[in-house]
Design a protein around this ligand. Structure first.
Ligand code: ATP
Ligand code: MG
Ligand code: FE
Length: 349
């Protein structure tokens, strides 16, 4: 079956076509440039941009796959989690298409989609695997036994997401928004062992209570204190060392907890997704420690890690393959959607 996927949870409008595990078209429009001057995403601006980008993206995707709407067998849409206004635009479009074409509608989970897309790149998933989804909006560790029916959220961030922490530290270091890639670049020139920044929820009682949760706001505060103290005293310091030591702390916590979960759950495959998986230290450390632990590391190319339509079409295709019932046509968006829900099922009779 040919599945059309629509993504509009945040600032990217994505429309993609997947048949089985084959990606036929993937079109993404981003309103990031419009938000950059505000130093953060403006929800109203994002919603309007989705409205303007949705139909042109749909037409471009159909043209690129050389199919027409009549060929589409099912519609998948990310109905949460995300910004309510943004979700509403994509979901309204998906409902209209499903109703008009007389094909089933599937409301799917955006975060699970970040893992699902890897099937299009590296082939069918093993019987169980761990997925680390890290971006500007989330940092979640998922245990996946079936991408369409059995996803368990082992942990998530209690405060800032990894990318968000990088953006805040970027601001502290006077770097342009979004700071993540700039901090990453600066970190390459510094010493990751120079400053012992804290690893959140990694020791004693906190670790016991939150074995797979993350916390990055204490780390960010430590960076702020470090910079304030140096500015107050006039003592010289290296910005590159700050960036490198901070990056090391984030990557270390993410990889340590993730590999511990692989061991506990007997998973020998790790999928990493979300825009933060561009981070060079995370990639290095994950590759190094996965090799040591005998865990296969799967990271899709970066265009499939940032928000895109292919991830939603991929998850929709898995849901269709699993034979799940379609979502109701009055499907509600769910900005806080639980990360253990791959697809929104109709209410039980
Ligand atoms: P989502 O809705 O999935 O949270 P998002 O737009 O917030 O989407 P993405 O676009 O997936 O997030 O990822 C962007 C985030 O990743 C930003 O916070 C950005 O600063 C950060 N980021 C991107 N590249 C790097 C990098 N190389 N190192 C560190 N952070 C990075
Ligand atoms: Mg984005
Ligand atoms: Fe995302």
């Amino acid at each position: 079956p040919l599945v059309l996927g629509i993504e509009s949870t945040c600032d990217e409008t994505g429309v993609a076509l997947v048949r089985g595990r084959e990606l036929l078209a993937d079109v993404t429009a981003s309103s990031m440039d419009e938000h950059a001057r505000y130093g953060g995403i403006v929800p109203e601006v994002a919603s309007r941009a989705h409205l303007e980008a949705l139909l042109p993206s749909l037409e471009a995707a159909l043209a690129s796959a050389e199919v027409t709407l009549a060929d589409v067998d099912a519609i998948a849409v990310a109905s949460g989690p995300g910004l309510v206004g943004s979700l509403t635009v994509g979901t309204a479009g998906a409902k209209a298409l499903a109703l008009g074409l007389g094909v089933p509608l599937y409301g799917v989970n955006h975060v699970v989609g970040h893992a699902a897309v890897d099937e299009l790149v590296h082939g069918p998933f093993p019987e169980r695997f761990l997925a680390l989804v890290v971006s500007g909006g989330h940092s979640s560790l998922l245990l996946v036994r079936d991408i369409a029916t059995d996803v368990v959220e082992l942990g998530q961030t209690l405060d800032d997401a990894a990318g968000e922490a990088f953006d805040k530290v970027g601001r502290l270091l006077g770097l342009p928004y979004p700071g993540g890639p700039h901090v990453d670049r600066l970190a390459r020139e510094g010493d990751p062992t120079a400053i012992p920044f804290p690893r959140g929820l990694s020791k004693g009682r906190e670790l016991l209570r939150h074995p797979y949760d993350f916390s990055f706001s204490g780390l960010k505060t430590s960076v702020a204190r470090y910079l304030e103290a140096r500015e107050a005293s006039g003592e010289p310091f290296s910005r590159a060392d700050v960036a490198a030591s901070f990056s090391e702390a984030v990557a270390d916590v993410l990889v340590t907890k993730t590999l511990r979960a692989c061991e506990e759950h007997g998973a020998d495959t790790l999928v990493v997704g979300g825009g933060f998986s561009a981070n060079s230290r995370l990639r290095e450390l994950a590759a190094e420690r996965c090799a040591q632990a005998g865990v296969e590391l799967r990271i899709p190319p970066i265009r499939y890690c940032t928000d895109n339509g292919a991830m939603i079409a991929a998850l929709g295709s898995a849901v269709v393959r699993a034979g799940l019932p379609s979502s109701p046509l009055d499907l509600a968006v769910d900005s806080q959607m639980s990360l253990s829900v791959p697809v929104v099922l109709p209410p039980a009779e």
